[in-house]
Design a protein around this ligand. Structure first.
Ligand code: UT7
Length: 311
């Protein structure tokens, strides 16, 4: 058996904040935001809607898709940098809300690469035979740590959650290879201070355009495959120019890359699972497809996975 994804789900809050809305808050323009980042709008959680609420909605949808009941879960992993509280973890809140009484639960802090770290952690437990069903979620309410006076960052982020159920799948499906990495010396480029996101955009950009393509190619090679074999690329939705760097390195056409940054902005750990869930449901990813997931984020961290879609 291998470890793969048997169900996906996602949730974004109702309220939409457009670039034109932002023009009224800070000195920016729709033109600047669109051309520099690809973002047109983002979803913002309600005041009484926190990370665990969004994670719950995504979880319910993924469990339904997997045709699995919460009581069958062995482990819940929530990748987030915006938990409701430092503790209890979002994963524990979720364990209670779902009634996943058998499941162990913990949060993972690896910023925008968090969902990659979560999936790889789940794989270890399933491959070793210790657990069967692991719920991995990326969920963020970035709006609560956004500095709404800083135009360098406030135009970039959005809220939402994405989830996947990982379980044993047939031998020729599932996760084929992965890479996780970190460079703590770059921590000063993207961090939280006084409850707000601080970022050196150019430095993060340089790191990302180098790391994302490199990791994407690496996992394909590690799986013993060629770039031409890739059917679909899901890069972390942070900046369309960074996403394009990864796409160009793999040499794949535009329609083979997930693109939801225009609607959701950068939702950190939630961005890859939201894109995955949406694109699976839209029929863009099908049984037997070679899918590459790749992310990077504060820490600095990065991660990539090559996956043969299907159960
Ligand atoms: O999940 C990981 C999270 N972070 C990222 O992925 C961020 C990676 N970095 C980026 O995506 C890009 O660096 C940004 C989108 C943040 C910035 O784009 P850039 O092309 O690197 O612009 P820049 O930082 O070089 O700034 C160019 C100019 C500056 O003005 P001056 O100094 O040249 O006069 C900025 O002040 O654009 C200005 N600027 C803005 N102008 C209008 C910065 N933000 C804005 C804004 N509206 N929102």
């Amino acid at each position: 058996m291998a470890t793969g994804i048997i169900g996906v789900g996602h949730y974004v809050p109702k309220r939409i904040l457009t670039n034109f809305d932002l023009e009224k808050i800070v000195d920016t323009s729709d033109e600047w935001i669109r051309t520099r980042t690809g973002i047109e709008e983002r979803h913002i959680a309600a005041d009484d809607e926190d990370t665990s609420d969004m994670a719950y909605q995504a979880a319910i949808s993924a469990l339904e898709d997997a045709e699995l009941s919460a009581s069958e879960l062995d482990l819940i992993l929530v990748a987030t940098i915006t938990p409701d509280h430092p503790f209890p973890s979002v994963a524990c809140q979720l364990q209670a809300k779902l009634g996943a009484t058998k499941a162990a639960a913990m949060d993972i802090s690896a910023a925008c690469a968090g969902f990659m770290y979560g999936m790889v952690t789940a794989k270890q437990f399933i491959d070793s035979g210790v657990y069967r069903h692991v719920l991995v979620i990326g969920a963020e309410k970035l709006s609560k740590i956004t500095d709404w006076e800083d135009r360098n960052t406030c135009v970039l982020f959005g809220d939402g959650a994405g989830a996947a159920v990982l379980s044993p799948v047939q031998e020729d499906r599932g996760i084929l290879s992965f890479e996780l990495g970190a460079d703590g010396t770059g921590g000063h480029a993207l961090y939280q201070e006084d409850d707000k996101i601080r970022m050196n955009g150019r430095e993060v950009f340089k790191f990302a355009v180098r790391q994302m393509p490199e990791s994407a190619v690496h996992v394909v090679e590690q799986a013993g495959l060629d770039k031409e074999d890739v059917n679909y690329l899901i890069p972390h939705q942070a900046n369309v120019r960074i996403m394009e760097a990864a796409r160009n390195r793999l040499g794949i056409s535009e329609e083979k890359m997930a693109y939801s940054i225009n609607k959701y902005g950068n939702t950190s750990a939630a961005s890859i699972p939201i894109a995955l869930s949406e694109d699976v449901k839209q029929g863009k990813i099908n049984d037997g497809d070679l899918v590459v997931l790749v992310g990077f984020g504060g820490g600095l961290t990065w991660g990539a996975i090559a996956l043969r879609w299907g159960k």
